[in-house]
Design a binder for this molecule. Structure first.
Ligand code: 5CA
Length: 442
């Protein structure tokens, strides 16, 4: 991508309305634009990161046996009357009417709709387990939308819904999602800890929130700091096998949100020096709720014994748009964002220090073509802004690598390569820099 053909409206001033660093940096880096309270347009740079995050979530869901689909944002109120949640949900639900006076709502979550789809098509235990997911915009009319994409009113969620023949099978599905979630966040460079949690309006009696520790988080949490060192399962983890040892390892170390915190247990189980009471960002949540929806909505399954019973269900959410904020909270410095490689909007930024100079332009074009060919997604700053402004902008938007090409260096046959995370710089011939950045390189 050539910057001159892109839309990157970076702000020089710090926006006054933004209280936390991720919100400030997303606005300053031209990633999002507020269209109404808690409602954002995703500008090209932000959109690219959103897509990267979606793709990681998709790959890990598919690996764990998930099947992707897409449900609409608008739902019929009558569907929610079947589960009893239409009245119970309260003012967070955006309710509307169509031209025929039919009552609709903008979905805050999809348990009812997926249960309706399931009961229309699936009747036998032979079709189970089934784990359907989608990535779709949700609307919750939050009382206090704040912190940018962290607590939006419209936000992107990955929500998965599982159906099993009995409770034991449903718990195995829950375990598969537990493991998939460990991998999802770790691939984005985040340490998200599964913590025992309250179930709220989704319901059920077993739930974990995935929490990224951060001072700016909205959740108060208590954990044993040894949980921070537990190993993340490899990509070749056997989802068909017994995952209990992994789950036991993670759940035997104390980690709970404020709502379910057990002070006596905490003090008994956690050594004083390991007690960590802090705040965190909830980037996902797992729920097992049995027949809470399948019983009232009559989503029954014929078991091997010929008896019909409500399917055993769970749901599993990832806050896809919130994750941009969480990643930035965890990875930034005073100059701007420092994207982990896996979610960076572009792989390399090319800075042309003298646009219009034949030699500089030619070297930049060579680099641009080679990096594009190598699949490194270069962003070429081909504007005629001065060097200082280009450096500040590249640091702000946080691409992992910067390739700096100027007339002085080229006279000596060299360019400069800067690693955004460590700040390390290296002066080397262009060819070597391109080899270094080539396919398969970090
Ligand atoms: N149906 C279930 C799981 S599929 C569900 O709705 N779960 S949830 O309410 O916990 O939401 C899932 C995730 O969405 C949360 O963990 C959080 O990361 C994200 N989320 C929830 N509310 C918001 C919000 N207002 N803004 C941004 N992200 C949100």
């Amino acid at each position: 991508m050539r910057l001159s053909r892109f839309l990157l409206p970076v702000l020089k001033e710090t926006p006054a309305e933004a209280q936390i660093v991720s919100h400030r940096l997303m606005l300053r880096a031209g990633m999002i634009r507020q269209e109404a309270a808690g409602i954002y347009a995703w500008l090209p740079l932000g959109f690219r990161v959103l897509k990267k995050i979606e793709q990681i979530v998709r790959e890990e869901m598919d690996r764990a046996g998930g099947v992707e689909m897409l449900m609409p944002t608008l739902q019929l109120a009558d569907l929610w009357r079947e589960s009893g949640r239409y009245d119970a949900y309260g003012p967070e639900m955006l309710r509307l009417k169509d031209r025929h006076e039919r009552e609709l709502l903008y979905g805050p979550t999809n348990e009812e709709m997926i249960t309706e789809i399931f009961r229309a098509y699936v009747k036998s235990y032979k079709s189970l387990p089934l784990n359907l997911y989608h990535m779709q915009w949700k609307f919750r009319d939050e009382q206090r939308p704040r912190f940018g994409v962290m607590r939006g009113r419209e936000f992107l969620m990955k929500d998965a819904y599982s159906f099993d023949v009995d409770e034991a099978a449903a718990k195995r599905t829950y375990q598969r999602m537990f493991v998939a979630y460990l991998r999802i966040y770790s691939r984005m460079g985040l340490r998200a800890i599964p913590m025992r949690a309250e179930t709220g309006p989704i319901g059920g009696d077993l739930s974990h929130e995935l929490i990224v520790l951060a001072e700016t988080g909205e959740s108060v949490v208590f954990c044993d700091k040894r949980v921070l060192d537990l190993p993340i399962p490899d990509a070749d983890v056997d989802y068909q096998g017994d995952l209990t040892p992994i789950i036991d390892q993670w759940t035997s170390v104390y980690a709970a949100t404020e709502d379910v915190h057990d002070a006596a247990r905490y003090e008994a189980e956690v050594a004083e020096g390991d007690r960590t009471e802090t705040r965190g960002i909830e980037v996902g949540q797992l729920f097992f709720f049995g027949d809470k929806y399948s019983a009232p909505m009559k989503a029954t399954i014929t078991g091997p014994d010929g008896v019909d019973r409500p399917a055993q269900m769970g749901s599993y959410g990832v806050g896809v748009s919130r994750l941009l904020g969480a990643i930035i909270e965890a990875s930034h410095d005073e100059a701007g964002i420092v994207w982990p490689e896996a979610v960076a909007p572009f792989g390399v930024g090319i800075i042309n220090l003298r646009q219009g100079d034949a030699e500089c332009d030619a070297a930049c074009e060579t680099a641009y073509a080679a990096l594009a060919k190598a699949g490194r997604d270069p962003l070429y700053d081909d504007t005629d802004e001065r060097g200082g402004g280009k450096f500040a902008k590249m640091d702000l938007i946080g691409l992992p690598w910067q390739l700096i090409i100027g007339p002085k260096g080229l006279k000596d046959g060299v360019v400069e390569l800067k690693h955004r995370g460590s700040g390390e710089r290296e002066t080397l011939p262009l060819g070597e820099a391109l080899t270094k950045l080539g396919p398969g390189r970090p």
